[in-house]
Design a protein around this ligand. Structure first.
Ligand code: C2E
Ligand code: CA
Ligand code: CA
Length: 470
């Protein structure tokens, strides 16, 4: 081989090598690029639902909020009571539910915006434009309706409710993380109100959230220092005029102002999770009182959060055993809210309580949802007609007819009927005529120390009863 041929061949070999290398490197580059895209996609996607994740949501929001964007409305959605499903039905069921929820939410949002999963049971939707509050509310309503129809999960059916917060971000007015924080704050404000499942952010919510956190911390300290009390309000039998049972109501004597009322601090305890400790404490105190006086049944209010919590029936059983009390002397008052979602679990808890011999009363009857169907599905021992109906009693015949039909309904289902918030002797007399079984209210006795219960008698206020045959 001549030198020239050698050089030429060498060059060809070099060129080939270079070509191979080049080919390799471009393929590598392509592979690398594909791999990079895949990783970026993975980093941007929530693996369970396939939706964009929090980081991706923030980066998309940043685009809408940049100088050349249109601004955006952000909706944060949180599933009520999801943790409980996870805890009771297992993580697989929880995951299945989240994936199904994601599908339904996506269908509700359609092309109007972009859906993301923030993590846990929190979802978010970006709806372009700063004039999209109405669209956001429309989406929330559609989502509520979609989640209300049952999900089938490993043999259980659950329907879900949600809480939502809305925050509006103008171009260059706000950064994405702050927008998300505001929507979150609004969502917590929505959770704290009873009447609506969503709220739009307003600056005073920041203050109110701060205040609620402080109250929550003070309440916890009060519980630890044993500064809370239970007071007892009598339930009077319309046939005998005697105290037949009492309701235990929580008091926080050290707290001045509105926050000292259970109507305010109980919902805060529910938000912060303190309610389970508070509820255990109330149950314990009521058992001590039952053990002390051994005659008058005492009803304890149970928060929906507590009732749905893991092992609620078992904790009641443990308390009864520990204090050695007769289960018939303990009653629980629950509201319909308990039964709306996860009916499977609520059924189990109810059954267990009934097996124990503990009576369960449906509280605030008439203020909730489809009351009748719950009355038929769950075996209550009694129903407490909400105060609002008693107040209408003197307004004319309609209020009276309404009460009459509620009382008949209760009796036809074999339930004891209790009227709450009876404030005047006239109301008491009317309710007695309408054959309401028990009365509770300021006219018969304010919530007070347990010792007072024994000395009460109402035979003068409720004289008609002795003339009745039954
Ligand atoms: P609730 O279970 O409906 O309790 C009845 C409320 O009506 C009590 O308010 C009681 O003091 C009040 N009340 C009784 N008679 C009358 C009346 O004639 N007129 C008027 N206007 N009000 C009357 P309270 O004690 O402020 O409790 C408010 C709510 O806080 C309770 O409503 C209950 O939902 C909750 N709560 C109280 N104690 C506990 C507790 O230990 N655990 C839980 N989870 N919730 C509790
Ligand atoms: Ca009650
Ligand atoms: Ca009530």
């Amino acid at each position: 081989m001549s030198l020239v041929t050698g050089i030429v061949l060498g060059n060809i070999a070099m060129a080939l090598l270079a070509a191979v290398l080049l080919w390799h490197s471009t393929r590598n580059a392509r592979d690398l690029k594909a791999a990079l895209t895949r990783t970026q996609l993975l980093a941007a996607t929530d693996s369970l639902t396939g939706l964009p994740n929090r980081a991706e949501l923030l980066s998309r929001a940043a685009k809408w909020l940049a100088a050349d964007g249109r601004g955006t409305t952000l909706v944060v959605l949180d599933l009520d009571g999801f943790k409980m499903i996870n805890d009771t039905l297992g993580h697989q069921a929880g995951d299945d539910l989240l994936a199904a929820v994601a599908g339904r939410l996506q269908a509700c949002l359609g092309e109007k915006g972009e859906l993301a999963r923030l993590g846990g049971d929190e979802f978010a939707a970006l709806i372009p434009g700063t004039d999209s509050e109405a669209a956001a509310i429309g989406f929330i309503r559609a989502a509520e309706a979609a989640l209300a129809s049952p999900f089938e999960l490993s043999g259980d059916t659950v329907s879900m409710t949600l809480s939502a917060g809305i925050a509006i971000g103008a171009v260059r007015g706000i950064d994405p993380a702050e927008l998300l924080r505001r929507a979150d704050v609004a969502m917590y404000a929505a959770k704290a109100t009873q009447h609506r499942s969503w709220a739009s952010f307003s600056p005073d919510m920041d203050e109110s959230l701060q205040l609620r956190r402080t109250i929550g911390a003070e309440l916890e300290a009060a519980l630890v220092r044993n500064e809370l009390q239970l007071v007892y309000q009598p339930l009077v039998c319309t046939r005998t005029g005697r105290v037949m049972s009492a309701e235990a109501l929580m008091r926080w004597p050290g707290k001045q102002g509105q926050a000292g009322s259970p109507g305010v601090f109980i919902p805060i305890a529910e938000e912060t999770g303190l309610i389970s400790k508070l509820g255990d404490w109330a149950l314990d105190q009521a058992c001590i009182e039952i053990k002390r006086q051994k005659t008058i049944p005492i009803a304890v209010n149970v928060s929906p959060v507590q009732f749905r919590g893991e092992g609620f029936a078992e904790s009641v059983e443990t308390a009864i055993r520990r204090h050695g009390i007769a289960p018939e002397l303990l009653r629980l008052e629950i509201t319909e809210g308990v039964l709306i979602s996860h009916t499977g679990e609520a059924h189990r808890t109810m059954r267990r309580l009934r097996e124990l011999g503990v009576q369960v009363l449906l509280d605030d009857f008439g203020t909730g949802y489809s009351s009748l169907s719950y009355l038929q599905k769950f075996e209550f021992d009694g129903l407490k007609i909400d105060r609002a109906f008693i107040q209408q009693l003197e307004d004319g015949p309609t209020g009276r007819r309404l009460l009459q039909s509620i009382i008949s309904l209760g009796h036809s289902l074999n339930l004891k009927v209790i009227a709450e918030g009876v404030e005047t002797e006239d109301q008491a007399a009317l309710l007695q005529l309408l054959r309401c079984d028990f009365l509770q209210g300021y006219a018969l006795g304010r919530p007070d120390a347990a010792e007072k219960l024994h000395s009460l008698s109402f035979t003068e206020m409720l004289p008609l009863t002795r003339q009745r045959s039954n």
